[in-house]
Every structure is written in structure tokens, then in C-alpha cells.
Design a binder for this molecule. Structure first.
Ligand SMILES: Nc1ncnc2c1ncn2[C@@H]1O[C@H](COP(=O)(O)OP(=O)(O)OP(=O)(O)O)[C@@H](O)[C@H]1O
Length: 283
């Protein structure tokens, strides 16, 4: 008898360890994101959220646990997972070539490098690079995708402007536009709305959610606004000190106790229409 075919996760992270500058940043992180799911990683400053997204996006090498094995000449470090602990749609990320990876996963980093003198249109066009043959030029279809994304993000009027002259919020929308133009099925958003006013914040998150419904996009994000995080995500993962300390539906993770313990914050959590609303309360 055959049962339903198990779905291959869009993201599967098993026992991820990261050390940077000699210090452990992530210590045994597990994370699964199903295709079409929206998971948001929350946690206090320095918890390791951006690091986790950078590893999942292939921007930082990953490793399994490093164990010490005794030999006659002393202990040696051996990686615990030969293929690495991160799989995207079933393939270990270190087996994906750069172009292949770019077709699968697009990242909006917290502070991307802004190339000096580059116009908005050319910057967003960079998102089409995986589809442009080496030594080739962008096609009319590439340009059509870019113009469509600029329209959707209310950026068409900035197409010819130098990126560096835009406001912080306008620039943040351009960074998202570049990632959307890439057309990858998995979108990694590191604090995607931190510089946006409340209107543009809603507009951008609704657009991402709509793309999720229309195009089957999978979203892995980080956010500091806990109420907004809970409103849009199917599941939240709370990271603290490089470890997952809670994971589940927003109302399971956004509790006064967990937020007091891991953020050292005094908050009230009240029921909202689309999830819990977290209200800071003065001590
Ligand atoms: N290259 C590096 N060398 C040493 N330490 C690093 C390096 N990159 C990051 N770290 C440290 O790793 C920890 C986690 O950083 P990360 O940016 O992942 O945290 P975060 O949860 O995204 O924080 P925030 O909410 O402030 O953006 C921090 O303590 C940071 O100082």
C-alpha cells in the first residue's frame, strides 16, 4: 500500500554549527521550511538570525558539528556531516553551483552593498543575471520582468535614478525588487521592512504574501517587529544565543513568558485579528 508522497522541504537545516571570529554563533540549529510556507526567525540582537539566513542563502559556508577525535598525535577536528547540514529542495547547498543556486534562492540582505553610480533599473536587472548567458545581454523578457517588479513595488518613477540618491525606505524596496526579479522560488528576507513606513511595510509584505499564493513562493524571513512577524508567518522560530529555543505557530511562540526570558522584555500579548499583538509595557 502506498501512502501520500512525502514533500521534500524547501529548506532543511540539520544540526548547523557556525563559528565566526573564533566564537560559536550557531550551535546545533535545526530548521525546516515546507514549500509555500512562510517562516520567520525572531530573536534578540546578536542571536544569529542573519547568520542563519546567510548560510541558507549560500553566502556563508556551513558545517555540521565539529567533533574532536583522539589520535596518537592529539585531537583532530572532524566535520560531523560530510555533505553539510543545509539542503534546499533536497539538494545539499554545497552541491549547487552559483547559477543553479541563484535560480532556487534569492536573498534580501540587511545592508546590501550599493554599487557606486548604479541606476535603479540596472541594479534590479542584476537579479536576472542567472538567466543571461555568459557574454550575452539581457533579453526583452528580462526587461519585462524588471519593469513589472518595479511597478509592483511602486518604484517605476525611480528607474533612472542613481540608487545611492534614494531614501533608506526606497532603497530597501529596490533591494527586494532585485530579489523578486531573480524569480527564485525561495525568498530569504533579512529585516525586509526595517526602513519602511507603516504603509509601505504593509504593501511590501502583502505583495510577498500574494506572490506566495500566486507563484508558490516560500519565505524565510527575520523580523524585529514581533506583531508583524506573527501576522504574516505560518510559523515562528525563536533563536537565542545561537540556539532554537522555541518554534511553532505565532501564538505558541509569542508568549509573555518566552519574550521575558529571551528578550528580557516586559510585554503584554493580546489577541489580534491575524495573530497575537505584542505591546511593550514600561517597567
Ligand atoms: N564575521 C564575524 N566575526 C565575528 N563575529 C561575528 C561575525 N559576524 C557576526 N558575528 C557575531 O555573530 C553574532 C550573531 O550575529 P547576527 O548578525 O547573525 O545576529 P542577528 O540575530 O541577526 O542580530 P541583529 O538582530 O542585531 O541583526 C553577533 O554577536 C555578531 O557580532
Amino acid at each position: 500500500m502506498t501512502g501520500p508522497t512525502p514533500t521534500v522541504p524547501a529548506v532543511e537545516v540539520r544540526d548547523l554549527w557556525v563559528r565566526l571570529g573564533g566564537a560559536p554563533i550557531l550551535a546545533g540549529v535545526d530548521l525546516t521550511v515546507a514549500p509555500g510556507e512562510w517562516v520567520t526567525v525572531i530573536g534578540p540582537n546578536g542571536a544569529g538570525k542573519s547568520t542563519l539566513l546567510r548560510v541558507v542563502g549560500g553566502l556563508l559556508p556551513s558545517s555540521g558539528p565539529v567533533r574532536l577525535r583522539g589520535t596518537s598525535t592529539g585531537p583532530v577536528r572532524v566535520p560531523g556531516t560530510p555533505t553539510g547540514p543545509v539542503r534546499l529542495y533536497g539538494t545539499p547547498i554545497d552541491r549547487l553551483r552559483r547559477r543553479e543556486r541563484a535560480r532556487v534562492v534569492a536573498t534580501v540582505a540587511q545592508s546590501p552593498v550599493v554599487p557606486p553610480g548604479m541606476a535603479v533599473l540596472d541594479y534590479v536587472l542584476l537579479g536576472r543575471t542567472p538567466f543571461i548567458p555568459a557574454l550575452g545581454r539581457e533579453s526583452a523578457a528580462d526587461l519585462a520582468v524588471v519593469h513589472d517588479v518595479l511597478d509592483r513595488l511602486d518604484l517605476a518613477r525611480f528607474a533612472g535614478r542613481e540608487l545611492a540618491t534614494l531614501s533608506g525606505g526606497e532603497r530597501q524596496r529596490v533591494f527586494l525588487a532585485r530579489a523578486l526579479a531573480q524569480g527564485a522560488t525561495l525568498l530569504l528576507l533579512d529585516e525586509p521592512t526595517s526602513a519602511l513606513d507603516i504603509g509601505h511595510q504593509q504593501e511590501v509584505l502583502e505583495l510577498v504574501d500574494q506572490l506566495r499564493a500566486d507563484a508558490g513562493l516560500t519565505v524565510l524571513a527575520t523580523m524585529h517587529d514581533l506583531s508583524v512577524a506573527g501576522e504574516y508567518a505560518d510559523r515562528l522560530v525563536l533563536l537565542a544565543g545561537g540556539k532554537v529555543v522555541a518554534a511553532g505557530k505565532p501564538r505558541e511562540v509569542l508568549t509573555e513568558d518566552l519574550l521575558a526570558t529571551h528578550y528580557r522584555a516586559r510585554v503584554r500579548v493580546v489577541d489580534g485579528e491575524h495573530g497575537p499583538i505584542v505591546v511593550p509595557v514600561r517597567r
